[in-house]
Design a protein around this ligand. Structure first.
Ligand code: ASP
Length: 580
């Protein structure tokens, strides 16, 4: 080793030792008689001291060194006269006797400090410098710990990690595939996996029983903030299990990670049906750190002459505790907020519950005090509370009210990043109707089993069939999802038929799986978690990019290596692609 210690480990007890450290020059201070250098590596920062009186040559040499120079320094650990209690190594410094410049460095394009002056794009372009910053390094360490603890837990539960291929076959279901042209097979393409779904099911047919993989997945989806075209899943599958077994096993994983990573021991998982999630929270991933559940008011408010309510498919609201004192200005601002195109409500009706037991509403003209009182009773509202009511087409109203609920949760400080509310959402619809293409799509994926009781509806009312599927939701973030699978050929064929595949199409695209089902497929089910997202949640950030060593930007580009990029005419020719 070029060093005896790292830059984070020396303490007062090491005083007197001769040590050699290696690292980067974080900062130097020339105080005339003395020069100080902060030397940084992954483990911390140690102060080096150079004394003009005792070693003028070395001190002068030290003054010449620039930021981010890579140094090897030998010297004696000495107690500092001016201690820094904020640094773990703050009690000591190294009185340097020898310096070797291992490598010079150009002045970095931004400061490598907690509060850097570099903007997003600049830091992405020089990501290797960004990674030197504490924050990014800590995020990568957290990610490593998460992966390690995941492996530990799943290994304990008899799961084995099996790799599945990255060059697979393109299928039209799900998101758009990234494809890779084949050189050896003119005009043919591999696809990168959107997930190892069919392979993990084939591993169950292969008798692997319990599989997992921390695995890269690829989806060529439209750009959205904080979407990465490649991302990582904790992908899992189990044989001979019911839904309950799967939920219990992975609640176990979540609890293990909470304990090991966050030091949190009292995690409880709630259950909620998809139908209730939509009805009471307007979202299939409700943030249940706080209540503010929707109350539907149709039976109380309709046919009283107020057109906005009379013409609405749904009238529903939330009760914002303690907001009864909102000013006209605040209410107008909130109304404009729900009317923004992203939220899409037509307007907002409010009822203030005054301290004196009276009510003040924007719909006063149509509703007297008794009527308003009956509404507030439905919400169980108290004096000082504020009812916020939206009316319109049902799905849009729930959606807008769901957004408003989250916004009020933010404004009232009810979404504390340090508290955690965990939830399984179950009983999703199996299918989703798409108006544009006039066909059903699998809400989860085509391999998801319908719930037994609904099986007979597949022929008559496919839209009503519930899936044996579940999502894990933490603090309103969908952390993972999975299902109990179809494992027999006839039902899988039926599913493809409902999805509008001809038998020939189903056979050519998924014949390998349906064939396998004929050779003794065990009942099985599983789940996959968004690993990047889970890291971000535990790290207290909303940006998954911060937890990926080399992420792509919001336009799907890697600005550091400049990718995607054109390829040469020779390459194109070899790949049987016309010159683009
Ligand atoms: N493969 C699914 C997905 O990527 C998860 C699962 O059903 O296990 O969403």
């Amino acid at each position: 080793m070029l060093r005896t210690h790292n830059c984070g480990e020396l303490r007062i007890g090491d005083t007197g030792k001769e040590v050699t450290l290696c690292g980067w020059l974080q900062r130097s201070r020339d105080l005339g008689g003395m020069t100080f250098i902060d030397l940084r590596d992954r483990y911390g920062i140690t102060q080096l001291a150079f004394n003009m009186e005792t070693n003028a040559t070395l001190c002068e040499q030290a003054r010449e060194l620039g930021r981010e120079y890579v140094l090897q320094v030998t010297g004696v650990v000495t107690e500092r006269s001016n201690k820094n209690p904020k640094m773990p190594t703050g009690d000591i410094e190294i009185i340097a006797a020898r310096i070797t410049v291992l490598n010079k460095a150009q002045t970095p394009p931004f400061t490598i400090e907690q509060d850097t002056d570099g903007g997003d794009e600049l830091r992405m372009k020089y990501r290797y410098l960004d990674i030197r910053r504490d924050m990014v390094r800590r995020n990568l360490e957290l990610r490593h710990q998460m992966a390690l603890e995941t492996r530990k837990y799943l290994h304990e539960q008899d799961f084995i990690e099996v790799e599945t291929p990255v060059l697979i076959k393109s299928t039209p279901e799900g998101a758009r595939d990234f494809v890779v042209p084949s050189r050896m097979h003119a005009g043919q393409f591999y696809a990168l996996p959107q997930s190892p779904q069919t392979f993990k099911q084939l591993l169950m047919v292969g008798g692997i029983d319990r599989y997992f993989q921390i695995v890269k997945c690829f989806r060529d989806e439209d750009l959205r903030a904080d979407r990465q075209p490649e991302f990582t899943q904790i992908d899992c599958e189990m044989s001979f299990v019911t839904r309950e077994d799967v939920l219990e096993t992975f609640e176990g994983l979540a609890k293990h990670l909470f304990r090991a990573i966050k030091g949190v021991d009292n995690i409880r998982f709630d259950r909620m049906s998809y139908q209730d999630a939509i009805k009471y929270y307007g979202s299939d991933k409700p943030d249940t750190r706080f209540g503010m559940r929707f109350v539907e008011l149709d039976h109380l408010v309709k046919n009283k002459g107020f057109k906005v309510f009379d013409n609405a498919e749904l009238v529903a609201g939330i009760c914002a505790g303690g907001c009864g004192g909102y000013s006209r200005k605040q209410l107008d601002e909130l109304t404009r907020w729900v009317q923004r195109p992203q939220i899409g409500a037509k307007g907002l009706v409010y009822v203030k519950c005054n301290a004196d037991g009276t009510y003040k509403s924007s719909a006063d003209k149509f509703f007297d005090q008794d009527a308003l009182k009956s509404w507030t009773a439905a919400f169980d509202a108290k004096p000082g509370d504020l009812l916020l009511i939206i009316a319109g087409e049902a799905a849009g109203t729930r959606n807008a009210l769901g957004e408003l609920r989250l916004e009020m949760g933010n404004r009232l400080g009810l979404r504390d990043p340090k508290s955690f509310a965990c939830l399984w959402v179950t009983d999703f619809p199996l299918l989703e109707w798409d108006e544009e293409t006039q066909r059903f799509y699998a809400m989860h994926h085509p391999f998801t089993s319908p719930v037994k009781e609904d099986m007979q509806l597949l022929d008559t009312e496919p839209g009503e069939v519930r899936a044996n599927a579940y999502d894990m939701v933490i603090n309103g973030v969908e952390i993972g999802g999975g299902s109990i699978r179809i494992f027999d050929r006839p039902l899988q064929e039926k599913m493809f038929e409902v999805l509008g595949f001809t038998p020939a199409e189903a056979q050519s695209q998924f014949g390998f799986l349906m064939n396998a089902f004929q050779y003794g497929a065990p009942p099985h089910g599983g789940v996959a978690f968004g690993f990047d997202r889970w890291c971000a949640l535990f790290g207290g950030s909303e940006t998954i990019r911060d937890y990926i060593a080399f992420p792509k930007n919001n336009a799907g580009r890697d600005v550091m290596i400049d990718s995607p990029s054109p390829i040469s005419a020779d390459q194109l020719k070899e790949l049987h692609l016309k010159n683009i």
